[in-house]
Structure formats: structure tokens, C-alpha cells
Design a protein around this ligand. Structure first.
Ligand SMILES: [Zn+2]
Length: 362
């Protein structure tokens, strides 16, 4: 069984944060995402889209603001004011597969692709593959005293969007974790709603990683409230960071802090930490169709808002977006947050810190 047991169910309603939220119907419904339990329609990936939500103030973390106003206080290591959870989903590393290039590597210039292909590339000479860039990303983050999470797909050859065998990346994965960055699972298309699939993918990654995987994000941000949280808890994950909209940046359930979600059908808190996703690169450029300049304005607003609440802002930047203007924009985020003295780290570190604080059990 995932979630808490019937015996300690009482404790949930002694939890100060939940008691406070239940006093206010608007915030309780927003926090628990009540409207997602019986959606009118879902998009082609079974996602609840932002355009269906009654909450139009997505850029305001209304629930977190309410908690802060009511005396809830959040703190971070070394007296940092807020945290930035930096994350990268890895869908594509081999650009030899041309059909994948068109779908997922739109950011690369023709020249970059040509130069990579010219060397018969990635498998022979990884230096020429612009997507084999984990070490470059880490080097850049290191300059700003930051760490991050890499979520890797761990698919079978026949699965939708298969691009690499996780085994191929054994060395890179070893390098990433040996240096203190995190490797988590990027669940495939159907993992979010199928326990067997998610367990198989988790095991595949763990075989290469040599230890338990704690962090998760689903491909395409596919997610079903509350089932996906229950499945993730059941599969043994410690945290998830899928919960944001694909079609809009912001605070999907009004929280700019990690939290343990509540299942409204059982009235139980689910034993998984959600570190909500706030900004995804694809959302800014492909869904919202923003210019790099306007995207920066929005990101800056979200960072400043999170800082005011002593919150955590989760940023997702794909390895395929680490080129040109978009790479510069990612570095600008690092620079800005570094100047603000934010704690920039992986989901795993934030999860550990949250477990230590146990503020949700106050
Ligand atoms: Zn993905």
C-alpha cells in the first residue's frame, strides 16, 4: 500500500499545514487539484491542460503565499533565502536518427547537425555530438556553484521515442553521480499510468546506476492526479518533479514549495514528495511561443516571486536546448540566481533537505 496507513490517518489532520489549508476552500481545492479528478477533456497525451483550469492566476503561488502569511517559515542551508531545483530531461543523445532530429532537436542549427554527422559521429567521436553534453552542462553549473538532476529515459528498443540504450551511457552516468549531480528516471510515455512499466524502467536504470533511483519526471509531463503519485510511491520513488503544465509556466497547484500530495478519494497523504515544476524550456518556446527576451522576463518574474516566498523554483532545460540563445538564457538564469545567493541544486538534495525539516508534519 502506498500512502499512510489507516491507523495514522488521524495524524494527517493534525498536520498544521493541511489543517490550515482545509480552512480555506479555494486554496484547498487548488492545492489538491480537485478540478483534475473529473476533467471535461484531456489533450492528446492525456494531460490536463492549463487552458481548462479555473485558476487564471498561474503566475502567483497563491497557496504558498497563504501559508507564508499564516506564519509558515521555510529555511535552507547556509541561510540561503530560496532554492532553485535545476533539472534536465534527456530524451535524445544520438542524432544519427534523422527522424528524431526533426522532432526533438529543433534548437540545433543545420551547421551543428552537419558537423556532427560529418564525423559519422557520436558513437565514434563523442566530442562532435552536440547532445553528448552532460559534462559541459555540469562545468557551466559548477562555475555558479550549482548542481542539477539529469533524468534519463530508460526505454526498450520498441518503445515510442526510443533513441538510446541506457547502457550506452554507463560512463556518463557514473561521471555525473561521482561528481555529486543526480541521475533520476525520465519515465517513458506510458509509465505515468502503469506500475509495471514504471518499475521495469526504474530497474533498467538502476542496473546501470548501481544504486536506487529516487527522483522522477515523466516524458511529455504526462501525469494523472492522483494516480501517478500513488504509482510513484508504490514503485519506491522519493520524489517527483513532473507537476507543471506543458502549455504554461507557473505554479500548477499554487505551491512554490515541495509538498506531499493528498489523495481526495482516500483523504490520505501520499508518501511521495512533489517538487513542482515551474519552468520548462519547451513551454516557453514551443507552447507559449515567446522570444528569448520575453521568456527571460517571465523567468525573472517567477524567480523573484519564489524568492519572496522563500520557495523552490524548478527549472527544466533539455540537453537539446543547450545551444545558441537558449544556452545563453540558461546561463543567465544561473548567473541571476547566483547573484541572489540562491541554493541551486538537484532534486535529490532538495528532497533530502525537506525530509530533514519535516515541516509538513509540524
Ligand atoms: Zn522527455
Amino acid at each position: 500500500m502506498s500512502g499512510t496507513t489507516i491507523e495514522d490517518n488521524n495524524i494527517i489532520w493534525k498536520n498544521k499545514m493541511l489543517v490550515k489549508l482545509r480552512e480555506n476552500k479555494e486554496y484547498w481545492d487548488l492545492f489538491t487539484r480537485k478540478e483534475e479528478y473529473a476533467p471535461l477533456i484531456l489533450d492528446q497525451y492525456d494531460r490536463f491542460p492549463y487552458y481548462l483550469s479555473k485558476n487564471r492566476e498561474i503566475l502567483k503561488p497563491k497557496v504558498s503565499e497563504f501559508l507564508v502569511k499564516n506564519g509558515f517559515y521555510f529555511e535552507y542551508p547556509e541561510n540561503k533565502k530560496f532554492a532553485v531545483c535545476l533539472t534536465h530531461d534527456v530524451d535524445v543523445v544520438n542524432i544519427s536518427n534523422l527522424s528524431t532530429i526533426h522532432k526533438a532537436v529543433k534548437s540545433l542549427t543545420q551547421l551543428q547537425i552537419k558537423s556532427a554527422l560529418k564525423t559519422l559521429f557520436s558513437k565514434i567521436n563523442k566530442k562532435w555530438n552536440p547532445l553528448w553534453n552532460f559534462r559541459n552542462i555540469m562545468d557551466m553549473e559548477k562555475k555558479y556553484d550549482a548542481k542539477s538532476s539529469f533524468y534519463f529515459l530508460a526505454l526498450n528498443k520498441d518503445d515510442v521515442d526510443f533513441n538510446f540504450k541506457i547502457r550506452e551511457l554507463e560512463h556518463e552516468i557514473g561521471y555525473i553521480v561521482d561528481n555529486g549531480w543526480e541521475v533520476g528516471l525520465h519515465g517513458g510515455h506510458y509509465a505515468f499510468s502503469d506500475l509495471k512499466t514504471i518499475k521495469a524502467e526504474k530497474r533498467r536504470l538502476e542496473d546501470v546506476l548501481g544504486k536506487k533511483v529516487v527522483g522522477y519526471r515523466n516524458h511529455y509531463l504526462r501525469f494523472k492526479v492522483p494516480d501517478s503519485w500513488n504509482i510513484l510511491a508504490e514503485a519506491g520513488f522519493k520524489y517527483d518533479s513532473t507537476f507543471g503544465y506543458a502549455d504554461m509556466v507557473g505554479f500548477r497547484n499554487g505551491m512554490c514549495h515541495p509538498y506531499k500530495p493528498v489523495d481526495l478519494r482516500t483523504n490520505k497523504q501520499i508518501d511521495i514528495l512533489e517538487i513542482p515544476l515551474v519552468v520548462m524550456d519547451v513551454t516557453l518556446f514551443d507552447y507559449m511561443r515567446l522570444s528569448v527576451e520575453v521568456a527571460w522576463k517571465v523567468i525573472k518574474l517567477l524567480i523573484d516571486t519564489t524568492e519572496k516566498c522563500n520557495g523552490v523554483i524548478t527549472i527544466l532545460w533539455h540537453n537539446t536546448y543547450m545551444v545558441g540563445d537558449k544556452l545563453k538564457l540558461y546561463e543567465k538564469i544561473l548567473e541571476y540566481c547566483y547573484e541572489k545567493n540562491a541554493w541551486m541544486t538537484s532534486g535529490e538534495e532538495i528532497c533530502k533537505w525537506w525530509q530533514l525539516c519535516k515541516w509538513w508534519q509540524l
